[in-house]
Design a protein. Structure first.
Length: 489
């Protein structure tokens, strides 16, 4: 990983040199109008094409609102948004192009591209999504609906880059996408730095999606999204999402803070998540899900702060594709401080996570769930402090320690910790795992809870060292079923 970090530094310097030496072309040179009413799609595209033909440079937008449909970024061209500039997506869904997925800014098979500045990219996604629904109902376009809303492919993202190299995104605010905010698919050498994502406009507003990419840094950014904040995906069974760094980021989500999968057909390896703050998040702060036949390996989480959120760590192997089980191993998690919400943590946000998978009491903040023939292995937790509100009531929902078989395997289900319904632990629940190490673990339970702090089911060769359990009623802190070689002290 040291080589990877050095590579990031070299790459960032090269991109910054490119931006610093590039010729600037003001948008006004091309008659691009800033009134927020004139549709500038053709003039912006002409400017991008012209700048590329001149050997590259920056298309600079000054103060104003620049309305446009889809534009296609080209090699050696940057879009620079000065403070007060707003690149505004049109409300007409028919003004957006589709290259696999629909987006406002598209780019395929290009290199040395950038979007920078202190301006805003606003997709006006609330109204655009509603207009998509209206077109479908009129029979003018076709789309598969799920839960009475159109699927992602026809709703425009703000950014969709595929098979591109040397990408630099810095400083901009991305707002109100109609689908995923930004997707980078099979790209290499991507740096996203100091951006703000403020996208709570519609369902599936993932803050940033990294799909089968190599050498990615996401740093110093703030993400507030309806769906997963940072989502690593692997759509190609022959590809890998690898050499990824997420550092110094703050995330709020009505789903998960940072998630690997779905999809997870290929794999994820060499990923570092450093100094991350997650707050008011409905599901997990960190969710690593190998459920489509792919693998997750060599992941480091260091310095994670979780405030008023529904869950902390979810590690899951599944089998959504029959005969293809995932693999999850070599995970290192350290320096975690977490405060689990006593009530719905995203209550009051415009789009909340759905109340589902009930009845259950507040789930344990760490859930590790493999399969009987696909064991999660070699996972370490160091310096972990979690405060759970407690209050689990056996009259509301209960799985007794003699009924662990009632916890469903659900290998083919969509992976969420809450789908297991009631779990018999308030702190940590682990099933089908081996070679786990917990060192300096502190769990506290605010109110009396009928459940045991830690429950192990089919767990082997694992240890809990320097473990502190604080709860009102003194119970045996650890329960083992079908477990062997467990050290607890």
């Amino acid at each position: 990983m040291l080589a990877t970090k050095k590579y990031f530094i070299v790459f960032i310097v090269c991109i910054q040199c490119l931006q610093g030496s590039a010729k600037d072309y003001p948008a006004s040179l091309f008659g691009i109008n800033s009134d927020g009413v004139t549709l500038n799609t053709r003039s912006i595209q002409f400017a991008i094409d012209y700048i590329q033909q001149q050997g590259g440079g920056r298309l600079v937008f000054d103060v104003g609102r620049f309305l446009s449909g889809s534009i296609h970024l080209k090699s050696n061209v940057s879009i620079h948004l000065l403070e007060g500039a707003v690149l505004l997506g049109t409300l007409n869904p028919l003004d957006y192009d589709r290259e696999g997925l629909t987006a406002f800014i598209l780019c395929t098979d290009q290199q040395n591209i950038a979007i920078t500045g202190k301006g805003v990219i606003d997709g006006q996604g609330r109204q655009v999504a509603r207009n998509v629904v209206e077109l479908v109902h009129k029979g003018l376009i076709k789309d598969a609906f799920r839960n009475d809303r159109p699927e992602v492919p026809i709703r425009p993202m703000l950014i969709y880059f595929r098979s591109c190299k040397n990408i630099f995104i810095r400083g901009v605010t991305m707002r109100n996408a109609a689908a995923w905010v930004q997707t980078y698919d099979q790209c290499k050498n991507l740096h996203v730095d100091s951006i703000t994502v403020d996208s709570r406009a519609f369902w599936n507003n993932d803050g940033i999606d990294i799909v089968d990419c190599d050498s990615v840094a996401i740093t110093n950014s703030y993400i507030d999204s309806d769906d997963d904040g940072v989502c690593l995906k692997s759509h190609d069974p022959n590809a890998v999402c690898q050499n990824i760094l997420v550092r110094n980021c703050t995330i709020r989500s009505s789903a998960n803070g940072i998630k690997f999968g779905t999809a997870s057909l290929g794999g994820f390896k060499n990923v570092r998540l450093i100094n991350i703050k997650v707050f008011d998040t409905y599901r997990s702060a960190i969710a690593l899900e190998a459920v489509d036949g792919g693998f997750i390996e060599n992941v480091e989480v260091d310095s994670l702060l979780v405030l008023n959120s529904g869950h902390v760590i979810f590690l899951r192997i599944g089998e959504r594709i029959k005969g293809k089980k995932g693999r999850l191993e070599n995970i290192r998690i350290k320096n975690v401080s977490a405060d689990i919400a006593a009530t719905k943590p995203d209550a009051g946000y415009e789009y909340e996570g759905p109340i589902e998978h009930m009845p259950r009491n507040i789930s344990p903040p760490i859930v590790i769930a493999g399969l009987p023939d696909a064991i999660i292995s070699n996972v370490s937790f160091t310096n972990i402090e979690i405060k759970h509100p407690g209050g689990g009531n056996s009259q509301f929902a209960k799985i007794s320690l003699s009924e662990l078989y009632k916890v469903p395997e659900m290998a083919a289900s969509y992976p969420e910790f809450s789908k297991f319904l009631e779990l018999p632990a308030w702190g940590i629940y682990i099933r089908h795992a081996k070679d786990l190490q917990f060192n300096n673990l502190n769990l506290s339970c605010g109110k009396k809870d009928y459940r045991t702090a830690i429950v192990l089911d089919d767990v082997h060769h694992s240890e809990f060292v320097s473990t502190t359990i604080k709860e009102i009623d003194k119970k045996k802190p650890l329960y083992q079923h079908n477990a062997s070689e467990i050290i607890f002290k």
